[in-house]
Design a protein around this ligand. Structure first.
Ligand code: PLP
Length: 387
């Protein structure tokens, strides 16, 4: 395909083609890595294309990735950042001292740390709620609330927020809704279609999918909001490098194929663990026993490869995670290879113990990022260590 996919193209076709056109000089089918800091200008103050003056401001490899993700998220624009946290940081940097944010309490640990240890010091107030309870979000709103930030499914408890309902509540109060869509990926969930204003990703995870870059991206529908984020990125500098943009663009072309396998393996592992006598609880929105299964089925097209289980004690969590052979003991998620971790001691170690307990992150909680290996090998690995 040498033209852009039509708006009616399906997700997989858009994943492969959106934003990508043959390079005009040679016809190279792959977007070049424009590894350059500056551009030669034909006349003083007249950069080519009106924008190509400096690499922080404009880069064609980055723009191809942004155009691709904008389409996959059903947005009009996307803005790429050096990391997921840099993307979330930019969203909050739109605000000023004295503004208020309502945030999901059970966010990625680094997000809570950014809010509490950096932005709170700069005069932005945060209220933490269970955003799975729309009324709790409504009750937390104040006249100066400018942003509601949620994550769904949450990490690692896999709670679901009703995006459509929370968007309406936020908009009634004059606030924007940003959704951290990292856990779902745009293949499984498109928050902008449900009324959210910003869909933000740690593209480090499913979007890139190969555990080889740190990368963030925000998709929006509103032009003015996109321009604001571009201005913030240009002014504060958290740009991703051209090589990382290229790797993420290469990764996203197989997003639909990978996610089908993640979804299938995630469900198989969740079902296996649910039936296992040594497992106390399984948290997976694809299981009918999940308290928000119906809501999840309504707003998601698949339930991902993320599964959390409670095995009772830290000793058992340790022994399970340290003795797997296919599942590697590591933080992060969303790559083709399966990972396993203990959130209380790893990803969420920086969250105060009291808050961890309130979220349900017990010492015996184990989080699995189920990869795209063969299902039988994954189940055998778990069987061997669980006994
Ligand atoms: C990893 C992660 C982040 C942070 O992204 P980085 O790319 O590591 O900066 C934010 N939100 C969620 C849900 C994550 O899993």
């Amino acid at each position: 395909m040498t033209e852009q996919p039509s708006p009616r193209s399906r997700f997989g076709t858009r994943a492969v083609h959106a934003g990508v056109t043959p390079e005009p000089v040679t016809g190279a089918i792959m977007t070049p890595i424009f590894q350059t800091s500056t551009y030669v200008q034909p006349a003083v103050g007249e950069p080519r294309g009106g924008t190509y003056d400096y690499g922080r401001t404009a880069n064609p490899t980055r723009e191809a990735l942004e155009a691709n993700i904008a389409e996959l998220e059903s947005g009009t624009r996307a803005v790429a950042f050096a990391s997921g946290l840099a993307a979330i940081e930019a969203i909050v940097k739109r605000l000023s001292a004295g503004d208020h944010v309502v945030s999901e309490q059970n966010t990625y640990g680094g997000t809570a740390r950014l809010f509490d240890k950096v932005f709170a010091r700069l005069g932005i107030d945060f209220t933490y709620v269970d955003s799975g309870d729309t009324e709790a979000v409504r009750a937390a709103l104040r006249p100066n609330t400018r942003l509601v930030h949620v994550e769904t499914p949450t990490n690692p408890m896999m709670r679901i927020c009703d995006i459509r309902a929370v968007a309406a509540v936020a908009h009634d109060a004059g606030a924007l809704l940003s959704v951290d869509n990292t856990f779902a990926s745009p293949y499984n969930q498109r928050p902008l279609e449900l009324g959210a204003d910003l869909s933000v990703h740690s593209a480090t995870k499913y979007i890139n999918g190969h555990s080889d870059v740190i990368h963030g991206i925000v998709a929006v529908r509103d032009e003015a909001l996109a321009e604001e984020l571009l201005f913030l990125r240009m002014s504060t500098g958290a740009v991703p490098g051209p090589m990382d943009c290229w790797l993420t663009l290469r990764g996203v072309k197989t997003l639909h194929v990978r996610m089908r396998q993640h979804n299938a393996n995630g469900l198989a592992v969740a079902r296996y663990l649910e039936a296992h006598p040594r497992v106390d609880r399984v948290y997976y929105p694809g299981l009918p026993g999940h308290p928000q299964h119906e809501l999840a089925a309504r707003q998601m097209d698949g339930f991902t490869g993320m599964v959390s289980v409670d095995v009772g004690t830290l000793e058992r969590a340790r022994s399970l995670t340290e003795h797997c052979r296919v599942f590697a003991l590591a933080e992060s998620l969303g790559g083709v290879e399966s990972l396993i971790s203990v959130p209380a001691l790893m990803t969420h170690a920086s969250v105060p113990e009291e808050r961890r307990a309130a979220m349900g992150i017990t010492p015996g909680l184990v989080r699995l990022s189920v990869g795209i290996e063969d299902e039988a090998d994954l189940l055998e690995d778990l069987e061997r260590v669980l006994g």
